[in-house]
Design a binder for this molecule. Structure first.
Ligand SMILES: Cc1cc2nc3c(=O)[nH]c(=O)nc-3n(C[C@H](O)[C@H](O)[C@H](O)COP(=O)(O)O)c2cc1C
Length: 222
């Protein structure tokens, strides 16, 4: 698959087939991520690959905490923006697209809760990669580098017919992930990526999220 094809065809996958992903393939993805550029070649990322019983236990405990209404313990929030902003409007836009595809009505609290809970279970993916970085680094320092590595993983996954969903929800209950995945206190949890073979019959997996018109994003100066 050529790079531009992968970039344009990538989308968030929120349901996976019941099929494991070989460790060797996961290694290939992280080998690609390792080649991502980073500030002064600092390579701040560390990858925690979670599968099997450990993943099931984390999925269950995250979901339990969500159902319980436990407060978020996010260590690095990637989603804060002014309420009346265009950014908020775009969030509402993708939610409408996804709820529309999944036939979740506005007032259907039960279905909405069930939908949100799936994110805390990494959409029941067979494999998850949690990206951490050393607390010695300033909180914002490695964000750009890790963002590049995350995109590299998502694009490389497509070469193997895999789908991904980047999920802040997956590190919201950081104490759970830290304890069950044995992540040292000296590391911050940046983000998680759910990885697996896409279930193309799941309507949300066929949603193409919208993008701002290119001409609204570029200023040409000469
Ligand atoms: C930093 C980051 C965090 C995200 N966290 C979540 C999440 O917690 N739950 C979720 O369903 N999607 C999450 N997403 C996926 C975005 O909703 C998705 O990328 C966006 O709506 C654009 O859709 P696309 O990936 O299909 O192009 C996250 C994406 C990024 C980059």
């Amino acid at each position: 698959m050529n790079v531009l094809e992968a970039i344009h065809e990538r989308r968030s996958i929120r349901k996976f087939l019941d099929r494991p992903v070989d460790d060797e393939i996961l290694r290939h993805l992280l080998c690609a991520a390792r080649r991502s550029p980073s500030s002064v070649n600092s390579q701040p990322w560390e990858f925690v690959v979670i599968r099997g019983e450990a993943l099931k236990a984390i999925q269950q405990e995250n979901a339990r905490k969500f159902r319980n209404g436990d407060p978020a313990e996010t260590e690095l929030s990637t989603s804060e923006w002014p309420k009346e902003s265009i950014f908020r409007k775009r969030q509402v836009g993708i939610a409408k697209q996804l709820f529309g595809a999944m036939d979740i009505q506005r007032g259907d609290t039960e279905k909405r809760q069930a939908w949100v809970e799936r994110g805390f279970r990494y959409f029941d993916a067979p494999a998850v990669c949690v990206i951490t970085y050393d607390k010695a680094l300033s909180p914002k320092g490695p964000l750009m580098d890790i963002g590049g590595a995350v995109q590299t993983i998502c694009l490389a996954a497509m070469e193997y017919g895999l789908g991904t969903c980047i999920a802040e929800q997956g590190v919201t209950y950081s104490s759970v992930v830290r304890r069950m995945a044995r992540i040292e206190e000296s590391k911050n949890l940046a983000i998680s990526i759910a990885i697996g073979y896409p279930d193309w019959d799941y309507p949300a997996n066929n949603v193409i999220s919208e993008r701002e018109d290119l001409d609204h994003l570029i200023s040409w100066i000469e």
